[in-house]
Design a binder for this molecule. Structure first.
Ligand SMILES: Nc1ncnc2c1ncn2[C@@H]1O[C@H](COP(=O)(O)OP(=O)(O)OP(=O)(O)O)[C@@H](O)[C@H]1O
Length: 240
């Protein structure tokens, strides 16, 4: 039975700002962002280049720090955490997938995943992570022997192997053709359903919004609107 005390909101963000640089060179990447991210949802962030999507993702993922405002993860204030606590938060609770896969070329798919499971608090078996992304057959291949889509699936396996509550994906299909990109999105949907992980995806591929529970539109460092998607589709049904 579900724990009734478990908060249903993964992230509660209020008045979040981020300024890079100072004085005349200052860039206001976030100008006061308010948003709630419910647990277990697929959330897609859309908006023009430079509108602040990655900045928000990086702050929520503990890779960067806000300049002002608050951001709570399940009731814990990220903006007030020490560097040590933020590192622990990153290690124990969140996984990242980027446009470029950042795999170790000298290690097999299995070993790339294992690298993370060796230091994780409650990891799944690397073989299980690779099975979840449909790559059991290629476990012992090196990155150079895998296609772009397969390499991205290894990167996803590596990110989910530590069983994160949240999976952050920044342009996960940016380097892939639409068919391969769709297969990678299918893996993300599978991860969301199988592990119950909240999945946040920054993308320029606006059609990705069709698979989201919630779509956040950014413009000029702020959220323009948040739309609940009542007609959520499987990636295989997305119209590009
Ligand atoms: N480390 C940094 N130093 C200085 N400015 C930065 C830094 N990171 C981001 N910015 C600036 O902050 C603004 C928001 O950038 P961000 O990467 O969040 O936008 P984005 O919406 O994700 O864009 P894209 O879709 O192109 O990835 C941009 O003007 C960017 O140039």
């Amino acid at each position: 039975m579900a724990d009734v005390t478990t908060p249903e909101i993964a992230y509660e963000v209020r008045g979040l700002t981020k300024v890079y640089g100072e004085g005349a060179a200052a860039v206001h990447a976030l100008r006061g962002v308010d948003v709630d991210v419910p647990r277990g949802e697929i959330v897609v962030l859309l908006g023009p280049s430079g509108s602040g999507k990655s900045t928000l993702l990086n702050i929520l993922g503990g890779l960067d720090r806000a300049s002002g405002g608050t951001a709570q993860f399940e009731g814990r204030e990220l903006t007030e955490m020490s560097d040590t606590d933020l590192t622990r938060y990153r290690r124990d609770h969140v996984g990242f997938v980027f446009q470029f896969y950042n795999l170790m070329p000298s290690l097999t798919a299995y070993e790339n995943v294992e690298l993370v499971t060796e230091i994780a608090r409650d990891p799944m078996d690397p073989g299980e992570a690779l099975r979840l992304v449909g790559l059991s057959e290629r476990s012992h291949h090196f990155p150079a022997q895998l296609s772009g889509g397969e390499q991205q699936r290894v990167a996803i396996a590596r990110a989910i192997a530590k069983q994160p509550e949240v999976l952050f994906c920044d342009e996960p299909t940016g380097a892939l053709d639409s068919t391969t990109g769709r297969a990678v999105l299918e893996v993300l949907r599978h991860v969301n359903e199988e592990l119950g992980a909240t999945v946040m995806i920054v993308t320029h591929a606006a059609a990705t919004a069709q698979m989201a529970d919630r779509v956040i539109h950014f413009a000029d460092g702020a959220i323009r609107d948040v739309i609940e998607n009542k007609d959520k589709r499987a990636p295989s049904e997305i119209e590009w």
